[in-house]
Design a protein around this ligand. Structure first.
Ligand code: GAL
Length: 679
């Protein structure tokens, strides 16, 4: 793993560039991202290109031995663009046009803007395609950030109609697929189709899902248009995009098909204070981030581009955009770096080099303060780099067989091997978000993260994969948001069952809608009934005060909230709720869990399933986490109390009384990491 940083040469006097480059190298940084918001300085009026300054800044970095990721500037169209194309702005769900004055002020469906983007990307790629410093290109910046995945503009409407025509062929088949007969919503022509907003009550969920798929498709097309140009002029150079955390507004698996590397922007404290609704988590983890938050996304994005992934932006201190922006405890910046390493990152890059003393992000920390003196992160990153270099040298002299990551010849870059796969479906989450089966407080993404957390608490290694991924070789496959009734996925799982190769676990909602948002004809879980013979005859959501307890004959009980399903089956349930509804149906290695257990009970249940799957486990509790990578195992402590690794990990996780640690100590304090060789 290399480290890097996001740098904005246009923000600083040219005399600083060489000083900065030198300082970056001293800290051990190697990969510098530039350019992604610089359009107004690259083209100050239509057609007037000024690339010389950018070239000088790239040359300066290169002269210091640094590599460059060049961002295309299309997330920040300059003001003149708007004068040319007043119609380029996106429109929100209330019909309000989203104005100039920040960023991402464009609609993915407005073609003249797409052409402008193609033009600037072509010019940049022609000029810099062969520059030896450039190791990768970043397209745009954070598609969808600030709620920009979806636009309700007239251009989106026109493009949506064309998309519908392509998908359905005739208006009759669209009416039929969407069930438009209900409430006389039938269309006579494609030209009558509007966008699913502003209706008197909720619009047809089939219409909403189709519009979600369309909007996701528009992002893929917009991205692909840039990738195609870059590939033409910068042959062999990787193209990547920086995705976000806790963000599912478009299908990242789909967009990733055109990319070489999936990168993502990791702000653990921002995500916790902005997105986590659990008060206990807020109190425990406000300065460390949730122990499973970074790991979840690392494992998710590793599944997007055949294992190649980076962190493009990593939080270095307080951010500016969450409701509360605490400082991380000392050591966390280093810990997050090692955590990315443990999950197989090729690059860990920080946002940003130097705090900006102007504009929106003045209170966002950098590696340097705005006066160019070092902030805490610079010191911790320097330490991380020294340790990485030490490990690299220790490993280079070691002759054991290496499974080096194909994306990088670095001896430190290894493939993660996981026992557990979580099949992750963006469309499946969209389906649950459109008509939440768990009431207004249920979040399909959060539920998946809870399942992930339960596995991590037992020390399991997890791949989060798309439904198209190969599933052979896993000991356990979990479906927590595969809401779409997908016969191809079912076939794959049936084969796994026949080979008796793994434990398969389905959670409520599996296969509950078809691709057009209709109930399966044989009732949920639709085709998944081939795996387990049961039918869901009712689904109920529960108000927040309601907790239902399922009890088994041996008095083992499990508490559930939010929603549950009523099952009809010859298979006897493992336990029953007080009103006799059954809970947890299984036949040998196939399980259907028809309710949402509370976290503690979910963890116990997952532990039993992992045991059946013969995954090595040990309960690590809420604060300690471990991950194996290649020949190493690492441990991370997020909790306030120090932990004894011999007791907490034990032989299950390769920690013996005579184990020699390469980094860290047997007593691991908060924010500390340990690393040792296990094979
Ligand atoms: C990201 C974005 C960066 C910067 C950062 C601040 O979402 O890509 O440009 O705004 O957040 O945390």
């Amino acid at each position: 793993m290399k480290t890097g940083v996001c740098y904005y040469p246009e923000h600083w006097p040219e005399e600083r560039w060489a000083i900065d480059a030198k300082h970056m190298r001293q800290i051990g940084l190697q990969v510098i991202r530039v350019g992604e918001f610089a359009w107004s300085r690259l083209e100050d009026e239509a057609g007037n290109l000024s690339f010389d300054w950018l070239e000088r800044s790239i040359d300066t970095l290169y002269a210091e031995g640094l590599s460059v990721v060049l961002g295309t500037p299309t997330a920040t169209p300059p003001r003149w663009m708007l004068d040319r194309y007043p119609d380029m702005l996106a429109v929100d769900a209330n019909g309000r046009t989203r104005d100039f004055g920040s960023r991402r002020h464009y609609c993915f469906s407005y073609e003249p803007y797409l052409l402008e983007c193609q033009q600037i990307v072509t010019s940049l790629a022609q000029r810099f395609g062969d520059h030896p410093a450039i190791i990768a290109w970043q397209t745009d910046n954070e598609y969808g950030c600030h709620e920009t995945s979806i636009s309700y503009s007239s251009h989106a409407q026109t493009a949506f109609r064309t998309w519908c025509k392509d998908q359905y062929g005739s208006i009759e088949s669209l009416n039929d697929a969407w069930g438009n007969l209900f409430w006389s919503m039938e269309y006579d022509t494609f030209e009558q189709i509007g966008l699913p907003t502003g209706t008197v009550t909720e619009s047809n969920p089939s219409h909403q899902l189709a519009f979600w798929r369309f909007s996701s498709h528009q992002i893929r097309q917009f991205n692909k248009a840039q990738v195609d140009i870059i590939k033409q002029y910068s042959k062999g150079t990787d193209v990547l995009h920086n995705f976000m955390g806790n963000f599912v507004e478009f299908d990242h698996h789909d967009v990733s098909q055109d990319l070489d590397i999936a990168t993502w922007d990791n702000y653990p404290l921002g995500f916790l204070t902005r997105d986590n609704t659990n008060q206990q988590d807020q109190e425990r983890f406000s300065r460390t981030g949730h122990p499973d938050s970074s790991a979840f996304h690392h494992d998710l994005y590793r599944g997007c581009c055949n294992g190649r992934w980076w962190v493009m932006e990593q939080q270095p201190g307080p951010v500016n955009w969450a409701p509360y922006n605490p400082s991380p405890i000392d050591g966390m910046v280093r810990l997050w770096g090692w955590e990315a390493f443990a999950h197989g990152a090729e690059v860990m890059s920080y946002f940003r080099w130097r705090q900006a003393p102007f504009a929106q992000e003045q209170t966002h920390a950098g590696l340097l303060l705005s006066d160019a003196s070092e902030d805490v992160a610079a010191v911790e990153i320097a330490q991380l780099n020294q340790e990485l270099e030490w490990l690299r040298q220790a490993t280079a002299t070691d002759n054991r067989t290496r499974d080096v990551n194909p994306g990088s010849p670095d001896v430190l870059s290894r493939k993660v091997e996981s026992d557990v796969a979580i099949v992750f479906s963006y469309a499946g989450i969209a389906i649950q978000d459109i008509q939440s089966p768990g009431g207004s407080q249920f979040s399909a993404l959060t539920f998946c993260q809870q399942v992930y957390s339960a596995c991590r608490q037992w020390g399991a290694s997890i791949d989060i994969v798309s439904k198209d991924a190969k599933l052979d070789g896993y000991k356990m496959v979990i479906l927590c948001n595969c809401t779409e009734d997908d016969p191809v996925l079912v076939n794959k799982l049936v084969k796994l069952r026949e080979a008796q190769r793994c434990v398969i676990v389905m959670f409520p909602g599996t296969g509950s809608r078809n691709a057009n948002y209709r109930f399966p004809e044989n009732l949920p879980p639709g085709h998944f009934q081939q795996l387990l013979n049961l039918r869901v005859t009712r689904s109920e959501s529960l108000p927040p005060h309601e907790k239902l307890v399922a009890t088994s004959s041996d008095k083992h009980s499990i508490s559930c909230r939010q929603w549950r399903e009523h099952i009809e089956s010859d298979i006897p349930p493992t336990s029953r709720f007080a009103d006799t509804w059954g809970f947890h149906y299984s036949d040998q290695r196939i399980h259907y869990i028809n309710a949402v257990p509370e976290q503690q009970d979910l963890t116990i249940l997952i532990g039993e399933l992992l045991q059946q799957a013969k995954v090595d486990i040990k309960n690590l509790g809420p604060y300690l986490r471990t991950q194996k990578l290649g020949p190493w195992r690492l441990a991370f402590n997020f909790g306030a109390d120090a932990v004894n690794l011999i007791e907490s990990l034990g032989a299950v996780f390769d920690m013996h009384s005579d184990t020699t640690l390469m980094i860290g100590s047997q007593t691991l304090a908060q924010g500390e990491i340990a690393l040792w060789t296990v094979e």
